[in-house]
Design a protein around this ligand. Structure first.
Ligand SMILES: [Fe+2]
Length: 345
């Protein structure tokens, strides 16, 4: 099981998901309830358990900017302080739920999991294309019943496109092309790049760009541990280097509980940005690709769960990026628990 990394920002939701309905999400095993303030439009994130009998506040209701527990009516303000206890005027001093630091940026809602006083909004990694002029984005989220480390593995080794996503985004050249890997420990970024000079154009790109022939294809991955993954994808028809189509593939890898992860995915493009039919195609097609990964990782996790203790893996050259990411996550997990070895959740 990949250790959880506390004292980090995690994507809890897309901005448009958080409104005046209470939204429940569990991150690193901590149940949260999210809503958007009526007063100033800011996103509020509170612990999703009433202090009274632990009823989920996400199954409760909003009254202005207070959450009224759906069981016995304990009422909390946006700071998490209990402001009303039905049937008595005295409010117990300990009646408070945790409030989590929140940053809304690039249309993502980031929540800090860890000590609130360590939260630095400047440390939130950027994904500007999600909310920038000149870009169009389709996106979704699929929960996976797998260790989040399996999703990190999956995304850092795109050679699986050739096999798992053949006929969608994979062609033989992906698995056959060498990669370069670069690890920036200070910035907590793992970069994996691959250039295919003369490759088949997979249906994903053929249908979105109209290119019929072969392409030059670049895949430049940046993984900002632990949560944000960007795949900067460019394709260009062979022989027409001036025609370049850019696609930004974004994933937020948010561990929910041990053995479950939220797979937030987005596809952004800088061409045909007002084409609603292309939006629909890219959404449906990429969701199918994501489901192929979801099914594979669900199966892989179920399989690993039945393996004998201490089973061996065999890693090869293509795994360099994923192995670097695993080491980075382990180091971050250890650093988040000062004075002790890293703990497995
Ligand atoms: Fe995949």
């Amino acid at each position: 099981m990949t250790e959880f990394v506390r004292n980090q920002w995690y994507v809890a939701a897309y901005a448009e998901e958080v409104a005046r309905d209470l939204l429940g999400r569990t991150i690193l095993g901590e149940p949260l309830v999210l809503f958007r303030s009526e007063e100033d439009g800011a996103v509020v994130a509170l612990a999703d358990r009433c202090v009274h009998r632990r009823y989920p506040l996400s199954a409760s209701s909003l009254e202005n900017d207070t959450v009224v527990c759906g069981y016995h009516g304990f009422t909390y303000d946006r700071t998490g302080a209990c402001v009303r206890v039905p049937g008595q005027t005295r409010i117990p001093r300990t009646a408070r739920v945790a409030a989590y630091p929140v940053v809304e940026r690039d249309s993502l809602v980031w929540v800090w999991i860890g000590s609130p006083d360590l939260a630095d909004p400047a440390a939130v990694p950027r994904a500007r294309h999600l909310d920038a002029p000149g870009w169009a984005t389709v996106r979704g989220m699929e929960p996976i019943d797998a260790d989040y480390g399996l999703l990190v593995d999956n995304l850092l080794d795109l050679s699986h496109e050739t096999y798992l996503h053949n006929g969608y985004i994979g062609t033989p050249e992906v698995a056959e092309s060498p990669i370069t890997t670069d690890v920036d420990e200070d910035a907590r970024v793992v970069r994996v790049s691959r250039r295919m000079a003369d490759a088949a154009c997979p249906p994903f790109y053929a249908r979105s760009t109209g290119i019929a022939g072969r392409i030059t294809r670049w895949q430049d991955i940046e993984y900002f541990a632990p949560c944000l993954y960007l795949l900067h994808s460019r394709i260009s028809p062979v022989g027409e280097p001036e025609r370049v189509f850019r696609t930004e593939i974004t994933y937020a890898i948010t561990p929910s509980a041990p053995g479950t992860v939220y797979d937030f995915w987005a596809v952004s493009r800088d061409f045909a940005t007002d084409d609603a039919e292309l939006d629909a195609f890219l959404y449906d097609f990429n969701r199918e690709v994501v489901i192929q990964d979801v099914d594979a990782l669900n199966l892989l996790q179920r399989t690993l769960d039945t393996e004998p203790e201490g089973y061996q893996e065999l890693s090869i050259g293509i795994d360099t990026g994923a192995l670097a990411a695993r080491r980075m996550l382990a180091a971050l997990a250890a650093a988040a628990v000062p004075g002790s070895a890293a703990v497995t959740p």
